[in-house]
Design a protein around this ligand. Structure first.
Ligand code: FES
Length: 113
């Protein structure tokens, strides 16, 4: 199913400034609703496998619950250690008010809410 968009969650169920985990195609996926739009990543920290959905989202900073690494919620890049690798990002689009994800693909952040 890599590359195919599949429905993940109605946009209205993901408040601005919040994040949540959804299961898609057997993967645990993290959705972040930031000012720039909605982004999606594998819900696992690149450092030691913590679930990022149990951490915090502060603006565009995504903070791991286990050792405190932080990532940019726009593109998944590392902002602070101990993680050194980016989060695995997935493409997102909004269709008729529904967040859709394409696993394994990446695109620019969806612009409009
Ligand atoms: S598991 Fe995320 S910083 Fe260690």
């Amino acid at each position: 199913m890599s590359g195919e968009y599949v429905a993940a969650l109605p946009l209205r169920e993901l408040a601005p400034g919040s994040m949540c985990a959804v299961g898609i195609g057997g993967r645990d996926v993290l959705l972040c609703h930031i000012k720039e739009g909605v982004t999606a990543f594998d819900n696992v920290c690149s450092h030691a496998q913590a679930r990022m959905s149990e951490g915090r989202l502060r603006g565009t900073r995504l903070i791991c619950p286990l050792h405190g690494a932080s990532f940019d919620a726009r593109d998944g890049r590392v902002l602070a250690p101990p993680a050194t690798a980016s989060l695995c990002r997935h493409a997102v689009r909004i269709t008729d008010g529904v967040i859709e994800i394409a696993l394994g693909a990446t695109t620019p952040v969806h612009p409009g809410m």
